[in-house]
Unconditional design. Structure first.
Length: 138
């Protein structure tokens, strides 16, 4: 069995954004040479997320509205975590959206269902954040 690893660094210009990272994962898979196995991708920061869903702007706007309803950024004083930083809401949003995805690799391709794409969710941006890509297989 072969193992392959790469880190991506994203530095998004806004506090909260969703970015389709499927092309970067496909590129990493091709570079790995692995044809059958599993690809893991996880956010290496506790205020960011990786998840699978549809690449549709209305859905992304719905995510933003839903997450802000569940864990509003303001007022900062509502959270015990806030003090040195004002990102307690980002920790909660990450918990809801998830840390990682695992995708089957079949015949050298990501084995997705209809409409599935992989997204990086940033909830406390405007600084460099790392994502891990780990691929195992043959």
């Amino acid at each position: 069995m072969k193992s392959w690893r790469r880190e991506l660094v994203l530095n998004l210009p806004r506090r909260r954004m969703f970015v389709n990272i499927t092309p970067q994962l496909e590129e990493a898979l091709a570079e790995s040479g692995i044809r059958e196995g599993l690809l893991l991708c996880n956010a290496m920061h506790i205020t960011a997320s990786v998840f699978i869903n549809d690449d549709e702007s209305g859905l992304h706007a719905d995510f933003e509205q839903w997450l802000e309803h569940l864990a509003p950024e303001f007022p900062h004083e509502q959270y015990r975590h806030n003090g040195f930083e004002d990102n307690a809401d980002a920790h909660l949003k990450r918990q809801i959206m998830g840390r990682e995805v695992v995708i089957a690799v079949t015949a050298g391709k990501l084995d997705f269902g209809p409409w599935e794409q992989v997204f990086y969710g940033e909830f406390d941006g405007m600084r460099p954040k790392r994502l891990l890509i780990k691929i195992i297989g043959e």
